[in-house]
Design a protein. Structure first.
Length: 479
């Protein structure tokens, strides 16, 4: 009787590290991700938890073979025993969708901006699985229904909320049936019910293969179960079974991450704004998107220095309301009054999707220089702002796609604060940040609101966060 064959890992990573090539010949490469090794077997789930800029997304890009220049990796990556580095790039790309699928941190990077939602998913079934159009369309409709996107079949990505686009990207990424799924912050921008549903879908998919997830959400890590790696500054600090690590870790940084969850924050000492001057007022606003009524006869007032928290399910119109208040979209009815005496550019928006607000072909330093020159700002304020946001000035020498999503979000906040806004629409400003960084950034936002008497409309899917740092709260609900 012969012995059973050993089980081959679906994913095997050996001494993987990521470097940035130096700009000058006399400089040494910069180590961004220290050597990391792990294996994933069929049915296993591995979650990587860590701060913004810890190297989590670099790991996934290295596995996919999509590291942007001037980054490169060393070490071995095998899928089902096949050495990926031994494959030409064209053959490696043939594995995408079929053997390995990536759900990216920014869904817009994975979606065709001109193609309706159903077609995006149906195309995968037709081109990769070989299904006939009618069968592919039917399955795509079922996939969208499973993630709560009924009624969105004919909408383009730009007609979807951030959370809806994230769910569409999930459907498109997993339609081809890849056995290895890489999910980079899959639940950011989702309300609680959608987040839990997506986690359940990921867990279901992993029973047919394996799942590697990046998240900064401790609650999501608990839901996923399995194993966990905790990373900071490109280095592995903690690993083990999720329950053991999150409930009884000896690692100080892991404990700090857990303590930084919004539900554990102490209430912020907010200043009294009852006598402050109103900076913006909306009266009887109504808005409809297609056949869907988002809100009707909505009125609100926000004072200088006030932080107003706006919550609600994904797709209920939170971003649309903020755009109407800024004059970026027209309301179907109603009026918005903005206090006079301030330049229009001091009514600002902090976008939910930071890559969409940075030109990718230009270095960040040039983008900031252009802003400072155009609006005659004080350039000396920038280094101090970056320091308060825990950002290195060296990041400015990179392009927007060469920094992490969390770093780019903080750079977007620095750009906004340079303008000394009187009203800031902050659309999910910390959805891409780990709990520690999110807490520090929101504390800065409170300080800025107080120092500059800036009114802030803060959109969030986290009621605990809104409760801790906002003067007042409004909830939009789907009709």
């Amino acid at each position: 009787m012969t012995g059973s064959q050993p089980i081959i890992p679906l994913l095997q990573v050996e001494n993987l590290c990521v470097f940035s090539r130096p700009q000058a010949k006399n400089q040494a490469p910069e180590l961004l991700l220290e050597p990391l090794s792990f294996s994933l077997y069929p049915g296993e789930r591995l979650t990587i938890l860590g701060e913004t800029g810890a190297g989590k997304s670099l790991l996934m890009q290295a596995i996919m073979g999509t590291l942007p220049k001037p980054l490169y990796h060393q070490g071995r990556i095998r899928i089902a025993g096949q050495d990926l580095d031994a494959l030409p790039q064209t053959e490696r790309e043939q594995l995408w969708g079929r053997r390995i699928a990536l759900l990216p941190q920014e869904p817009w990077h994975a979606l065709d901006p001109l193609m309706p939602s159903q077609e995006q998913v149906s195309e995968v079934y037709q081109c990769v699985k070989g299904r006939k159009p009618d069968s592919a369309d039917h399955q795509a409709t079922q996939d969208l229904l499973a993630v709560g996107l009924q009624g969105a079949e004919h909408k383009r990505p730009d007609q979807l909320s951030g959370g809806m686009a994230q769910r569409l990207a999930f459907c498109a990424a997993t339609a081809a049936g890849a056995s290895l799924i890489l999910a980079d912050e899959p639940t950011k921008g989702l309300d609680t019910s959608c987040r839990e549903a997506l986690v359940q879908l990921l867990c279901k998919k992993s029973t047919q293969g394996t799942l590697l997830t990046i998240t900064h959400d401790v609650a999501v890590a608990r839901q996923l179960g399995g194993r966990i790696l905790v990373m900071k500054s490109g280095r592995l600090l903690d690993d083990g079974r999720i329950k053991q690590v999150l409930d009884d870790s000896a690692c100080q940084y892991t404990r700090q991450l857990i303590e930084a969850e919004p539900a554990r924050w102490p209430p912020y000492p907010l200043p009294n704004i009852q006598q402050a001057t109103p900076i913006l007022e909306a009266q009887e606003l109504s808005k409809q998107r297609g056949n869907k009524r988002l809100f009707e006869h909505l009125s609100l007032q926000i004072r200088r220095g006030e932080i107003l928290g706006l919550t609600g399910d994904s797709g209920c119109g939170k971003s649309t309301l903020g755009d109407i208040l800024l004059g970026l979209l027209p309301a179907d009815s109603g009026r918005v009054y903005r206090r006079g005496g301030f330049a229009p550019q001091r009514y600002l928006k902090l976008y939910q999707d930071p890559p969409a607000s940075f030109a990718p072909q230009v270095k960040l330093a040039q983008l900031f220089d252009d802003l400072i020159r155009l609006h005659r700002l004080d350039a000396k304020r920038l280094p101090a702002l970056l320091e308060r946001l825990n950002l290195s000035t060296h990041l400015l020498q990179r392009h927007s796609h060469q920094v992490s999503g969390g770093e780019l979000q903080r750079l977007a906040l620095a750009r906004v604060l340079l303008m000394e806004p009187v009203f800031l629409f902050a659309d999910e400003p910390v959805s891409r940040l780990d709990p520690i960084t999110a807490r520090d950034v929101l504390q800065l936002l409170v300080e800025v609101a107080t120092e500059y008497q800036c009114a802030v409309l803060l959109v969030s899917h986290d009621p605990a966060l809104v409760h801790k740092i906002c003067h007042t709260q409004r909830c939009l609900s789907l009709p």
